[in-house]
Design a binder for this molecule. Structure first.
Ligand code: NZQ
Ligand code: ZN
Length: 389
């Protein structure tokens, strides 16, 4: 295994009823709470009423920050930071999926930082020395795992850059995770969030080292769990077992644990981010389009791992097949699963009308140092063209 340091500062409260049981206590030290949420799903499914009821009963001053969009923008972050400063907010409570949680992390930093956090942080890898506002989250959708990491993915609409930075101080102090809160997530988002979980695991699994390491073993179990429970949750949205497994799979995939000792790839994420910056496409949907095509480009450089993937994740028997045939069977199984979930398989379905913009998008993508096969911008363009229709 490669050397590593592991720490995760988020305290997780998991299970049915956890918000009712712990929210008042967790917000105890704070007088003014910023209640941050997205486009209003929490008002339709009753979560808003439950949360506001608890905060009001605890005598909190509530400052609402609503309308956080999918693929949160830097402009929205600045709006939240201004509000937090003006209202003297001393704790942020983000209620939603990855977009709400990421936006809240960025707001918590921007509210406490005098400079331009986009310029000084999102565009400049490294650590900035600012203590963010305390942040807690209530997770309403499984997918990103943002609740247990310091990552925040933000889109700058002016410069057309979507990018994430991971800053350990942005780990939420607490995460409340009630699987029943995810029952109302629309089927398309269940599939896309579920695929995002799978993608996070695959982006980590398909990277050096290939020698025996416990992270790869954990990841195979996690991938099987995601596939099984995603199928069950799509069949029956109120399957508590499936929802709770997916919710925790999502956290496990992005709480840094499985990355220990691994190089990590995340080339598909780099490509999806720029597709998102240009088209505002749904994150998990973008990943679903890219993954099988990307893997057909790189599998020869990581053949033993693709063979393991076919056998240990998809249960494909060797039956006299060569390594190459087996590896391709595994990628085909992944592509078939994407179709089964009803996820998009072409860039046209994501809103890319024709190939004219693809060169510019490809050139704007980051190149991963952890890929089995280091991409060039020319090869990214080939991948985009193969994904187009
Ligand atoms: O806007 P609201 O009303 O919240 O509705 C959302 C949104 O329309 C809805 N939703 C969420 N919970 C619901 C629900 N609808 C009904 N019932 C519920 N319980 O689902 C839609 C999508 O929500 P969003 O938060 O955008 O989805 P997701 O969780 O997939 O987050 C995507 C964002 O996270 C970033 C992505 O790039 C994207 O910007 N990521 C963050 C990561 C991180 N911080 O670690 C890692 C990921 O790789 C990813 O990049
Ligand atoms: Zn992702």
């Amino acid at each position: 295994m490669n050397n590593f340091i592991f720490q995760n500062a988020t305290k997780v409260y998991f299970g049915k009823g956890c918000v009712k049981e712990y929210l008042a206590c967790l917000t105890g030290p704070y007088d003014t709470v910023m209640l941050a949420y997205g486009g209003g799903s929490i008002k339709r499914n009753g979560i808003y009423d439950e949360v506001v009821g608890i905060l009001q009963a605890a005598g909190k001053k509530i400052v609402e920050f609503s309308g956080i969009m999918a693929n949160p923008t830097y402009a929205k972050v600045q709006e939240g930071a201004r509000l937090a400063r003006e209202q003297g907010v001393d704790c942020i409570l983000g209620v939603g999926g990855g977009s709400v949680m990421d936006c809240c992390k960025a707001v918590s930093l921007a509210a406490r930082y005098d400079g331009d956090i986009w310029k000084d942080f999102w565009m400049r890898p490294g650590v900035i020395d600012a203590e963010p506002l305390p942040l807690g989250v209530i997770v309403t959708a499984a997918g990103t795992g943002s609740e247990c990491n310091g990552g925040a993915v933000i889109t700058n609409e002016e410069t057309r850059v979507k990018t994430g930075r991971d800053y350990p101080k942005l780990n939420p102090r607490f995460a409340l995770m009630d699987p029943t809160y995810t029952y109302s997530v629309p089927a398309g988002q269940v599939a896309s969030g579920g695929f995002d979980i799978l993608s996070h695991i695959m982006e980590t699994y398909f990277s050096e080292p290939n020698e025996d390491n416990v992270s790869d073993d954990i990841m195979e179990a996690l991938m099987r769990s995601v596939i099984r429970n995603l199928r069950a949750a799509m069949q029956n949205p109120e399957d508590y077992t499936a929802r709770s497994n997916l919710m925790w799979d999502s956290t496990m995939a992005e709480n840094r644990l499985i990355k220990m000792g691994k190089k990590c790839d995340f080339q598909c994420h780099n490509m999806e981010y720029q597709l998102g910056a240009y088209t505002d496409c749904n994150h998990g949907c973008g990943l679903a389009v890219l993954h099988p095509v990307y893997y057909r480009h790189i599998y020869k450089a990581g053949l033993p791992k693709f063979v393991r993937f076919a056998e240990n994740v998809w249960g494909i028997a060797r039956d006299g097949k060569s390594d190459e045939e087996l590896a391709l069977n595994g990628i085909d199984a992944l592509a078939a699963f994407i179709k089964e979930l009803g996820l998009p398989t072409t860039l046209q379905e994501l809103g890319v009308a024709d190939a004219s913009s693809l060169g510019e998008i490809a050139d704007s993508c980051g190149i991963s140092a952890g890929s089995y096969k280091k991409m060039t911008h020319e090869e990214i363009l080939e991948i985009f063209n193969e994904c187009l229709a």
